[in-house]
Design a protein around this ligand. Structure first.
Ligand code: HPA
Ligand code: ZN
Length: 339
């Protein structure tokens, strides 16, 4: 007998390719860390924090997200944050994650660069040993800050270059086009790092073109607004680039008004290599399972489409080819067993 949809999705081997680790800070852990570190929060209770999570755009969210991150002070805090996320990932059938972190959010508060990265690397190691979940780390530059600040961050990361998979670009998109970071992305590439960027979440198709042509990205984060430009869609399909799509994030930040209007199914029909991701799960109402379920039920995704999305999550990852092949074979075995 075939499993019901929720069981089928949970059991499907999958990877997460768009996850901001600071966005996985649940209000409960926020309070625990605030108490542990003697940090004053502008909220009285977990319920009050959750009630504040009503956003009408990206900036609304970012203001509260940067505030929440202030409770993170020690390597242990970042380790605990990472482990809490990896446990949720494993529970949702996640086998691998490529996670973003925003070092400037922490160094600008006076933390040494080492604190966030060492805490996260120790969680990644523990997650592999304890949960069998593999992961990679991507350093994001905050695009509302200057090119010089991004260069300073890349310099601070020098001792950890072999521990990083790549660089990304996040924060306030409109008004901060990719071209502002062309030189620092070239410098990151020269240091052996892969490149990704948020583009076309709120920003226009022109920003996606710039991310492709100037930043020479290996993967597109979000990319929703690419669909407004047929030539851009053709370019992304021809180049075989993966899009890391985030359904519940798009709904919470009003990138889409209703999940039934979400472009994910259209992306698949156009031949785009879309994937499903949670972005900032503590703020947007759910982890991988919730995002997959919301998309599957609202868009009526078939099991074939769900299998394609799972395959895309590994083919679009930065894993070595042999690892990708092993995960794809595991998906095939799962599909054969659940047919
Ligand atoms: N967009 C841009 N920047 C971000 C996001 C996002 O969805 N989440 C965390 N930083
Ligand atoms: Zn994001």
């Amino acid at each position: 007998m075939s499993a019901d949809l929720a069981d089928f999705i949970r059991g499907l081997p999958k990877a997460e390719l768009h996850l901001h680790i600071e966005g996985s800070l649940e209000p409960e852990l926020m309070f625990e860390l605030a108490q542990r570190n003697g940090v004053e929060l502008p909220f009285k209770s977990v319920e009050e924090v959750r009630a504040a999570y009503a956003f009408s755009n990206l900036q609304d969210f970012l203001d509260i997200y940067y505030q929440g991150a202030q409770v993170l002070l020690t390597e242990q805090d970042f380790h605990d944050l990472g482990m809490a996320y990896f446990r949720r990932l494993a529970a949702d059938g996640g086998r691998h994650a490529e996670i973003f972190f925003d070092p400037q959010t922490h160094t600008d508060r006076g933390l040494p660069f080492s604190v966030a990265i060492e805490g996260l690397l120790s969680a990644m190691k523990a997650a592999e040993a304890e949960l069998g979940v593999t992961s990679k780390l991507i350093l994001c530059f905050l695009r509302h800050l200057s090119e010089d600040a991004a260069f300073d961050t890349l310099k601070a990361a020098e001792p950890w270059l072999d521990k990083l998979a790549g660089v990304g670009l996040d924060s306030s998109e409109v008004g901060h086009p990719p071209e502002k970071f062309e030189r620092v992305f070239t410098a990151a590439h020269e240091r052996g790092l892969l490149r990704v960027a948020h583009a076309g979440e709120e920003g226009p198709p022109e920003y996606v073109w710039q991310a492709l042509d100037l930043l020479k990205i290996d993967r597109i984060d979000h990319g929703n607004r690419s669909l407004e430009d047929d030539a851009l869609v053709r370019r992304i399909v021809d180049q075989g680039l993966t899009l890391t799509v985030c359904p519940l994030s798009n709904l919470k930040l009003c990138v889409v008004n209703d999940m039934v209007d979400h472009p994910l199914k259209r992306m698949l029909n156009l031949g785009l290599r879309a994937t499903i991701n949670s972005d900032d799960p503590a703020y947007f109402g759910g982890y991988l399972q919730d995002n997959w379920m919301a998309a599957a039920t609202s868009l009526g995704l078939t099991r074939d489409e769900l299998a394609t999305l799972a395959r895309n999550s590994f083919t679009g990852s930065f894993l070595p080819l042999a690892d990708k092949a092993a995960h794809l074979a595991e998906i095939d075995r799962y599909l054969a067993a659940s047919a």
